[in-house]
Design a protein around this ligand. Structure first.
Ligand code: GLN
Length: 488
């Protein structure tokens, strides 16, 4: 079996050179998944036949001389993305038996690029959570320490990539769900600029914040995947018309940035709030590394950073309360039995179908939007959002990129924060601000504390996705944090 930790470029060389076929790669992955997944719970289900068929097709195309970066590469899709004819549960019991009638745009685009989809990855129910403990189908364990969480809500995607069970995985980020699990699992994940990747066929949590992205083992691999996913889509009204030339240039340049003289800002508020000395030292080392690559650092201030968590939870819950009203047991999804009236259908279907965290958010959001409270909560949160966005815009007048911690610390123990949802929400304190402002941002491995991975977050101006990936790639060329593997 080929090394399960090869990156996409290395796999490409093997596939195109005939040293390994896509079919062999699929079988090797299924064998490894069968062995490891029962412990980790990354995959909710496998698409065995479809994966074998796609691999056979990729092999035929490669044999005919076709050359394409993702042809035959095995990946996982987060179970929030619709996959035609296949179960798509969004981590919820309410969609336990639901088969999507169409493919999400990104699923379609990646299929056109020739990927092989191994299966669907586990996640917090409706992407609400930071530990993957809110999945109706069981938790996911962190491959670096199985007593710890992988982060959430894209915990299955991050853990699968970290455990060598997929070369890359799709993911979504509403307030941190790509960056936080990527950080806790020692892999690289990008939340692209809002509007860069279509949301069509991605089950909605909070539409003004939801963004599709990707998790992989290197920044370069992330760029290859993002290139295939990004771009305008008429089926998503918030999708941006901007093209993907910047990603094409980055890939054509082998990941190298056009300019090494970038100015990097260190937001004082983030650094001051970081309690972990080990983490601070790791970020400092990352800073030195980037300085030696020619980047210059300066302090910046983003004073409203810590208003982001309360604003995010008001806005995200408000939007969720509206988006999730479609799950009423009438047209699809779970329907409660023995209901004698329409209201009873709604009540029983939703009571039985949704988990506790989802219910908490629907209730919170409904309250925030209700007559008499709307101004005090929703409107005020919208104003905070504007202030945060303006502060980022001001910071980007003097710097090109921001460097911050991705999370407050290393992965926490399973169950540790389960009873304290405020403490759980605080796990997103460094990731929600950029989400509210729609900035592109990524997390890349930057070191370890007690054997557990830590991530550094890069945040950039709108549509600087390729620049962020270029900085991360330069960092990864000079370091090997992203090459470390858990002892599974
Ligand atoms: N952890 C955050 C939440 O629970 C973010 C989730 C996400 O980005 N989907 O809302």
């Amino acid at each position: 079996m080929p090394d399960p930790y090869l990156d996409i470029r290395e796999l490409r060389t093997l596939l195109d050179g005939g040293q390994c076929s896509a079919s062999e790669l699929v079988e090797a992955h299924f064998a490894r998944i069968e062995h490891i997944n029962p412990r980790l719970g990354c995959y909710l289900r496998l698409h065995e036949q479809a994966a074998r068929d796609a691999a056979a097709d990729a092999d035929a195309r490669i044999a005919q001389g076709e050359r394409s970066p993702l042809l035959g590469i095995p990946i996982a899709h987060k179970d929030i993305f619709c996959t035609k004819g296949e179960l798509t549960t969004c981590g919820s019991k309410i969609l336990e038996h639901w088969r999507a009638p169409y493919d999400a745009t990104i699923v379609e685009r990646l299929a056109q690029a020739g990927v092989v989809v191994l299966g669907k990855s586990n996640m917090d129910e409706f992407a609400m959570g930071s530990s993957n403990e809110n999945s109706a189908y069981g938790p996911v364990a962190n491959p670096w320490d199985e007593s710890r969480v992988p982060g959430g809500s894209s915990g299955g995607s991050a853990a699968a990539v970290a455990a060598g069970l997929a070369a890359a995985a799709t993911a979504t980020d509403t307030g941190g769900s790509i960056r936080q699990p990527a950080s806790l699992c020692g892999v690289t994940g990008i939340r692209p600029t809002y509007g860069r990747v279509s949301r069509f066929g991605m089950i909605a949590f909070a539409s003004s914040l939801d963004q599709a992205g990707v998790i992989a083992r290197s920044a370069y691999d992330v760029a290859l995947m993002l290139r295939a996913m990004a771009g305008f889509d008429t089926r998503d009204s918030t999708s941006n018309e901007r093209g993907v030339e910047d990603l094409d240039d980055l890939i054509a340049n082998d990941g190298a940035l056009s300019s090494a003289n970038l100015r990097i800002g260190l937001p004082r508020e983030y650094m001051d709030a970081l309690k972990s000395a080990g983490y601070a030292a790791t970020l400092d080392a990352a800073r030195c590394e980037l300085e030696s690559l020619g980047m210059r650092f300066e302090d910046v201030s983003l004073p409203s950073t810590f208003a982001a968590i309360p604003a995010y939870y008001v806005l995200a819950c408000s939007e969720a309360s509206s988006n999730l009203s479609r799950f009423d047991g009438v047209r699809y999804g779970h329907r409660g039995e023995d209901a004698e009236s329409l209201e009873e259908v709604y009540r029983s279907s939703r009571s039985e179908g949704f988990g506790a965290e989802v219910k908490r958010r629907i209730l919170t959001g409904t309250y925030c939007l209700s007559y008499g409270y709307y101004d005090a909560y929703y409107k005020k949160a919208m104003r905070v959002r504007r202030v945060i966005r303006d502060e980022f815009a001001r910071a980007f007048e003097s710097v090109d990129v921001l460097l911050t911690p991705s999370t407050p610390g290393i992965a926490f123990k399973r169950g540790e924060l389960a009873g304290d949802h405020i403490a759980m929400y605080q796990q997103d304190c460094f990731t929600t601000p950029a989400a509210l402002a729609g900035q592109p941002c990524l997390s890349m491995p930057c070191g370890f504390d007690g054997g557990l991975p830590l991530g550094a977050q890069l945040i950039g101006p709108h549509f600087s996705d390729a620049r962020l990936l270029g900085v991360a790639h330069a960092f990864q060329q000079a370091t090997d944090h992203h090459r470390q593997r858990p002892a599974l």
